[in-house]
Design a protein around this ligand. Structure first.
Ligand code: KG4
Ligand code: ZN
Length: 336
């Protein structure tokens, strides 16, 4: 079965084609980063308009690269939410229009389920059950994943998401948008320990996170002195170390709590090399296996939506309703 996947929840237009037995056949991505950079962040209306421009050319490109004619597509999956309402509507409209024209089912996919299942695109893929650390621009969650559609929330951020903290701190340090990767690059040239930053909630009994105080602590340092280039690098390194310390501690705590020795890392912050190195080292010392999606599938992409859609579509039957859900709890998902 050929499943076309469409991602348009934020500032990336992603399209991919998967085959239920053969896996990922082709994928294409257009990032709007350059367009939004001038404004220092995502402008929702510009995002929606750009998705409209990109979606069909990317779809043609993906089908062309896979060598599959459009009328061989058996189902169309799209990101139903959470995300920017206007941006989601573009993907929903294209997916429903295409599915209706082809007379095939359409399936709305939860964006975070896409991220969560993206490590299954890697080889080797993790077996169920596993613990997932979901670290994106909008979410920081620990989940116990029993199978597709079986997600139990173990803990989450009480304020900013990890990616959001990276982005806001990058802005404070005068780095452009998107800040996460830029801050990580700056941190590579800095030294930890010269500035002291807190590790919020690291010793709390629960599996929740808090990152907004960390950003405030960086702002306090930045206000108290004129930052030289080496200060900015050291501050970035300490900030990254603080976030990584907390993520590693809580992820290992979640593995203990869930009693499953497998950990999956998903979402844009999962691309952070320092996080990967520290987590892998800490986990292997405890006999825990860690799985990461391929780097290109850490941040938003169509492959994860096509893939999650393919896993759901067989069970779904007739076409789903036309809808988008800008706010949507992942733990509320079930397999139909
Ligand atoms: O999953 P994603 O592409 O989009 C959302 O669903 O939010 O995640 C984007 C987030 C942004 O906050 C970005 O700054 C962060 O992931 N990010 C990183 C890195 N690459 C992307 N944060 C830290 N280090 C990175 N290398
Ligand atoms: Zn995402």
């Amino acid at each position: 079965m050929y499943v076309l996947g469409i991602e348009s929840s934020c500032d990336e237009t992603g399209v991919a084609l998967v085959h239920s037995a053969r896996g990922l056949l082709a994928h294409a991505l257009h990032s709007q980063v350059d367009m939004h950079a001038a404004y220092g962040g995502v402008v929702p209306e510009l995002a929606s308009r750009d998705h409209i421009r990109r979606l069909l050319p990317l779809t043609r490109q993906v089908l062309g690269e896979a060598g599959i004619a459009v009328d061989r597509v058996d189902a169309v999956a799209y990101t139903e939410g959470p995300g920017l309402a206007g941006a989601l509507l573009v993907g929903a409209g294209a997916a429903h229009g295409l599915a209706y024209a082809l007379g095939v089912p359409v399936v709305g996919v939860h964006h975070l389920e896409g991220h969560l299942l993206s490590p299954l695109l890697a080889d080797p893929a993790p077996a169920f059950p596993f613990v997932a650390l979901l670290v994106s621009g909008g979410h920081t969650q620990l989940m116990r994943v029993g199978g597709v559609g079986d997600y139990e929330l173990l803990g989450e951020t009480v304020d900013d998401a990890a990616g959001e903290a990276f982005d806001k701190t990058a802005k404070l340090l005068g780095l452009g948008y998107p800040g996460g990767p830029a801050l990580a690059r700056l941190a590579d040239s800095g030294t930890t320990g010269r500035f002291k930053l807190p590790r919020p909630m690291i010793a709390s009994d629960d599996l929740d996170f808090s990152f907004s105080g960390l950003k405030t602590a960086v702002a306090t340092v930045a206000r108290a002195r004129t930052l030289e280039e080496s200060d900015r690098a050291d501050l970035a390194a300490e900030f990254q170390a603080a976030v990584v310390d907390v993520l590693v501690a809580k992820a290992l705590g979640a593995v203990d709590r869930a009693g499953v020795p497998r950990l999956v890392v998903a979402g844009g912050v999962g691309a952070n090399r320092n996080l990967r190195a520290r987590l892998s080292a800490a986990a292997s010392a405890r006999g825990i296996e860690v799985f990461y999606p391929p780097l290109e599938f850490c941040t938003d992409n169509g492959a994860m939506i096509a893939f999650a859609g393919a896993m759901r579509v067989a069970a779904l039957g007739p076409a789903g309703a036309f809808s988008v859900k800008p706010r949507w709890e992942l733990a509320s998902l079930e397999m139909p």
